[in-house]
Design a protein around this ligand. Structure first.
Ligand code: GCB
Length: 666
């Protein structure tokens, strides 16, 4: 290439960049100053922290963990922020009441710990250094949901914060802090699908004579632009406007757990030919339906929801977790073979919903209406706002199939609030079901959502594990039934191979073996009732509940299939893995019960292999006494004094799969 050609090429590559007033997102992560509200008469103590941050990482598992105020300050120099248009502050989650000031001037307040909020701060900034102050409180407040719940309400700016620089007219970041672009797929089949795209625009130029237009491209999962339309914006006559267009997609790739194909909508605001602002959003094309008599359907085919519940906290970090932590949670859920998650009891982080979209998880998303509410206008306004934010912020996600309206509310005076939420959900999003999780039969609020599911704990809080069958029969009616929670506490430090009835649930002794028995017994019944549209294990991970005093650690709910630090999957994890996953599983249970006193022991394994065989101390002991395809048991195996090597093998396709452990007989 000669020199002139080369310079022309470089110039042509540069021109569009120079001409673009790009949207810039600056994460505000490091260098926040933080101070807890001091006691009267004391001086403020400041520390430098990174956001995400919580002030309860140390005390979140204690009954009187700090629920009060904290102040954050961040200094930013205007000259370092690119762009000369508009500036916005976007918080992904602050628990739970946040007052934002810039240079001492009040910008806005947000009530609700789990949804994002965005404030414009253009006119609050000055040249040079600026101070952002965020006064946060997680003190109980009768007007901010949740008012109760079996979980710690960690305080702080516990999700990311960003400064967003946008051109003076832009795709709005202010519509319930959503992306400003909403995609509604409809009439979906394997031959064709339609999508309606709505973009919210914001800026003075729209109101006047202008040369603005919005180009919307639909990009298929392989990266090809398959549809493109341009909408003129020169006659909008208002500074806030909505542009809506319809698109047809031929031979769509449907989104499913096996192939979570994601399309992209790219909305670009242009001034003449110059790009002003671009937003890209992922969406998926799928049909979900529930038949009360036969269960859940995905793209017209019966689809068994193999579900777990998830809380967002983990050891040492509380709610202030990183994307790596989210990735780890998702990979453990996936590896277990689950294909559905109830993200309890509140909106989770957008990063985790992204993972659900990418991994083909079907998601129950819900608002934090837990236990009880009040009849005050402030309360119903607050929970309504949290629902609107949840829906607007997550509208495009194929993973989310329903909006959960409440969890275990107890009093029928809350029925009008549930009715209000139900109508908001349908109005904001006619394409998804409403659901709720109840623990009470025959209550008027159960009839409000489209579908109702039960939190029920046979084998733990009541009766024995096999009673799950009777519970399902009893609760099934013409609206079908879901099981939103079931499970049992389990400690990896307590063992009893021969346990035959529930331990004291509020005691400290929660043998891991009983948790396993509850899941085996409950799940055997669930399998016999394929009309149940979805079931969700309570819980995937142990979680903090400051006031609890039971199991091996105070302040914890130990019903997780995995420990709070994510380091140890309990035996019941492998039970579900053997039931659900497509990879070979061979797992000896009670491995951790290393020191034995009895002369004989049962040996129980969870496996999806064929022909399991047991060997103890090199001696082949043959096939199990019982084997139902997942649970195999040898009832009474003699142990020798001292160390015993226990080995099991099985066949998975043409592979030999094995597991082993050592038990010491004292
Ligand atoms: C429930 C609640 C959940 C609790 C769980 C339990 O039904 O919905 O928030 O954590 O029971 O472990 O008791």
């Amino acid at each position: 290439m000669n020199k002139i050609k080369q310079s022309l090429l470089i110039l042509s590559l540069l021109i569009p960049c120079l001409a673009t007033e790009a949207r810039t997102k600056i994460p505000l992560t490091e260098g926040w100053m933080f101070s807890k509200t001091p006691a009267t008469g004391e001086a403020r103590q400041w520390n430098i922290v990174n956001v995400p941050h919580t002030w309860n990482s140390e005390d979140g598992c204690t009954p009187d963990y700090y629920r009060g105020g904290g102040r954050y300050e961040y200094r930013i120099n205007r000259d370092t922020i690119p762009g000369d248009g508009r500036l916005f502050l976007r918080f992904e989650g602050v628990s739970q009441d946040a007052d934002v000031e810039v240079n001492g001037r009040q910008v806005g307040n947000h009530k609700g710990a789990f949804t994002a909020f965005c404030f414009e701060i253009t006119d609050y900034l000055t040249e040079g250094e600026n101070k952002i102050t965020v006064d946060v409180s997680n003190a109980p407040d009768p007007n901010i949901a949740p008012l109760e719940g079996d979980f710690t309400v960690f305080g702080g700016i516990y999700r990311p914060v960003a400064l967003i620089s946008l051109p003076s007219t832009c795709i709005s970041p202010l519509d319930y802090a959503s992306s400003g672009v909403y995609v509604t797929p409809y009439d979906i089949s394997s031959e064709s699908a339609k999508v309606k795209v709505k973009a919210k625009l914001d800026g003075e130029e729209l109101a006047n004579k202008n040369n603005l237009s919005l180009t919307v491209n639909i990009i298929d999962p392989y990266g090809e632009v398959i549809e493109s339309k341009t909408f003129k914006c020169d006659k909008l006559k208002t500074s806030k406007a909505e542009i809506e267009g319809k698109f047809k997609i031929k031979n769509p790739v449907l989104w499913s757990d096996k192939n979570p194909a994601l399309y992209t909508v790219k909305a670009e605001l242009l001034n003449g030919k110059t790009s002003k602002d671009v937003v890209e959003e992922k969406f998926g094309l799928r049909n979900v339906s529930i038949d009360p008599r036969s269960g859940f359907y995905l793209n017209g085919e019966k689809h068994r929801l193999k579900g777990v519940n998830r809380h967002q906290d983990r050891k040492g970090k509380g709610w202030a977790i990183s994307n790596k932590d989210h990735d780890e949670d998702m990979s453990m859920i996936k590896a277990m073979g689950a294909n559905a998650i109830r993200l309890a009891h509140y909106p989770h982080s957008s990063y985790f919903y992204d993972l659900c979209d990418k991994e083909g998880m079907l998601v129950w998303a819900e608002v934090p209406f837990v236990g009880h509410g009040t009849e005050s206008r402030e309360f119903s306004d607050n929970i309504s706002e949290q629902l609107r934010e949840l829906i607007h912020q997550n509208y495009n996600r194929p993973s989310i199939f329903c909006w959960g309206l409440f969890n275990e509310i107890g009093n029928e005076n809350m029925t009008p609030v549930v009715e209000l939420l139900n109508s908001i959900a349908h109005e904001e999003d006619p394409s998804r079901f409403t659901v709720a999780a109840t623990n009470q039969d025959n209550k008027s609020f159960n009839n409000v959502p489209d579908f109702i599911a039960y939190n029920t704990y046979p084998g733990w809080y009541w009766a024995d594990p096999s009673t799950m069958g009777a519970a399902i029969d009893w609760k099934s009616n013409e609206r079908g039934v879901g099981i939103s929670e079931y499970g049992a506490g389990g400690s990896v430090k307590c063992h009893d191979q021969n346990i035959s009835s529930a331990p004291k649930t509020d005691g400290s002794y929660h043998p891991e073996e009983w948790q396993s028995k509850v899941h085996e017994g409950n799940y055997a019944e669930i399998k016999k009732h394929p009309h149940v549209w979805g079931t969700f294990v309570w819980n995937m991970f142990d979680f903090a509940s400051g006031g609890r005093k039971e199991g091996d650690t105070n302040g914890m709910n130990d019903k997780g299939l995995v420990t709070y630090d994510r380091k140890t999957p309990k035996d019941a994890y492998y039970f579900y893995q053997a039931e659900w996953s497509d990879t070979p599983v061979m797992h000896i249970t009670s491995k951790r019960h290393e020191i034995r006193e009895e002369d004989t022991t049962p040996v129980k394994i969870y496996t999806n292999c064929k022909n399991p065989l047991l060997m103890v101390n090199g001696e082949i002991l043959g096939s199990p006494d019982s084997f139902d395809g997942v649970v195999a048991q040898w009832n009474s195996i003699a142990l020798q004094q001292g160390e015993n090597l226990v080995e099991v093998t099985g066949e998975y396709e043409d592979k030999k799969i094995s597991d082993n452990c050592r038990w010491i007989k004292k």
